[in-house]
Ligand binder design. Sequence first.
Ligand SMILES: Nc1ncnc2c1ncn2[C@@H]1O[C@H](COP(=O)(O)OP(=O)(O)OP(=O)(O)O)[C@@H](O)[C@H]1O
Length: 768
Amino acid sequence: MSAKDQVSVRDHKDYQTEVERLEFTKEYIRTVLDISKGNKEFFVENMKQSFADLNSKDSSTSYTDLLANASFLELAESELKRLESVIGKPYFSRIDYTSNSTKMEEVLYIGKVSLFDRVTQQPIIVDWRSPIANVYYDGRLGDVSYDAYGETQTGYLALKRQYEIIEGLLKEIRDIDLTTHDELLQKSLSGKADNRLTEIVATIQNEQNEVIRASLKHPIIVQGAAGSGKTTIALHRISYFLYTLGFQFPPEKLMILAPNRLFIDYISAVLPELGVNKINQTTFIDFMKSCLGQKIKLFSPNSKLMKLLEGNGKSKQLQWVSSYKGSLEFKELIHSYIKELELKLAPGEDFIVEKSILLRGKNLKKLFLNEYTYLPIYKRLNKIKALLASDLKKKKAIMLSNLNTRYEEALEKALYSRRLEPEKRKQKVVTLMEKKEQRVKRVEQEAKVAVKKYMDAFVMKDMFTLYKELMTSPEMINMHSTTLTDQECKLLSKYCQRIFDRGAYELEDLAPIFYMKTKLEGIDEKYKMRSIFIDEAQDYSYFQFAALKEGFDTDLFTIVGDLAQGIHSYRGLNSWAPILKDIFPNANYQALQKSYRTTVEIMNLANDILQLIDQDLPKVKPVIRHGQKPLFKTIDPSNLEQVRLQLEQDISSLKEEELHTIAIIGRTDKESQRIHQILKNSPLPIQLVEEKEDMKKGHIVIIPSYLSKGLEFDAVLIVCLEEPYAKVDLDIKLLYVSMTRPMHRLYLFGKSPSDFLLQHADDLHFEK
Ligand SMILES: Nc1ncnc2c1ncn2[C@@H]1O[C@H](COP(=O)(O)OP(=O)(O)OP(=O)(O)O)[C@@H](O)[C@H]1O
């Protein structure tokens, strides 16, 4: 910090008071920590005692003690950790707020945790997720309002103040009013990227705050430009969700679906920073694999993308099948198939034991098709089975007693019959007794197997078999589809047959199989998520969304994505409208057009490329932050040694400028491998990144464009050796994705500017 800065912070009229407040807060935290640590030892001691008690007398009270202490300890420990982590920066802002109802002015310090004075119960730090903190993010100075627990509170905001506190020292105080630029935002954006995403609680912008705090009881769909903070916001919304509704939803019931493992690694550090632990972070594929519970071989969706990029003769067919399998029409087809299976499985026969009808088939059918519809189909059969068993148990005794009474009566009649000769009477009695014995035996025997025999008629095939049976039969496809032509049915089944013949499935098969599972078998409770956060949602198909909604039986989805980056739009998603109309009709929708990642200069060029996409996509507005124009550099791919020198030179000078995270992006896997080939013996630490890998700290990463989606770097070098970008949507989107990755610097290396479609860009937007 310069001398000038130090003077300015000390010059602030409240400097002294603020320093004292900061010291008080730190001291308070320290005291709380000391006490809690002391307590912790006490509780550990107490637990040891409980264990000892448990061993010696297995008393239930000592077990309860043990559990009580364990949960107390856990809570204390997580709080302790959180408090410990904020001691160097206990809060980042302050609001002076007077409620209209109490007329009392409150001075509230906002931070990442909440801390109360244990004696006065007054807040020392207010959590950024608390209702009142909304005023900081949302409200201008003057009259403001916020919602708390379903009621709107109104009041007057007299002061909004930001602090920069570094290692417990107050470095800067900024009072925000209508005229002040958000300097803190500017400062945080000009910072350098780590290999990880960070939390932004101090600088959340109004439009982002609206998404984070949008009704948690409704789904939300966010169309956000590259760098608008979608991922960041989704993670902050999780934190807000747990703060607000955590008592209803244990974190294990929340799930983030990310595009790949690399991305999960990229976001992994933020969640603990936001006080979020234990939530599920996975990919759609991994989740499906574990939920469907069978080891399945899946063709990599990226190899399909690569095939589409190669654009061979099969591209059209590939695209058509993918988009059909992702469509809601296909969902209808699968649904019709399930209906057929349901009817086939509906009981029709009477349940008979030893000539007696215990339950009528038509009644069982009614139960199955009407009463039990709240259950998945196979579970309904289980219920029928249980019903038969309990009915039989009840009725068997009655049957036996009826038989008994009937034969007793007949015997009595025979014994005392005057019409019969003694010899004949004797014979009759013997016959009756034998018959009775036989019938009782039959009841016993039939009862033993009756339920099983009845249920054996129902064949409950597994989902994969059923799906294959459908998809390999053009006739069955035809029977259930209302939209496909004969030709298309044949094509679809032939395509599927080819895949199944290789013992595999493709990503597009997972949603239908999952959907069938929800309807037939039901989803295991362990996999039933209550709230789902989907990032890079533009890569999903409509069917994937519908299947997830159906399977989890919840509406609590936060869906963030960017259609402009829809490199998998061959799966069918080109607009959010069908999702809003047919899948989540009560969803909130928000568009974020402002980008926080890149400089104005980089965004100008990326916007030129964006306009080439054959879709109506609005330009992205960068937050005002300037930097160098993107730079086109000519290379000669026939002279690899020279290319190596050029790349190494530029990377070294970027590093000298303190730009630490640097990515070299190639159009495809192959192109990335070519680049790696050139650089692999370089003295620079180089890593060719693959999907399942983490990015190594301090390495220059070489990464294919599709994998770079969602990530960010200080500087990006897009290199084109043999694969120029063509003016087709998929290529344009990949180029746009790559161009929007850097925070500060963008270089384009190719034979000619046209390798990057720059002939369609404004000459003023890049340098040569
Ligand atoms: N309000 C903010 N304050 C500070 N930084 C912000 C803010 N909003 C976003 N950022 C920063 O902008 C960058 C982009 O954010 P993020 O990666 O979440 O965007 P995105 O919309 O998911 O981007 P993409 O679609 O390109 O993956 C991150 O470095 C993030 O920290």
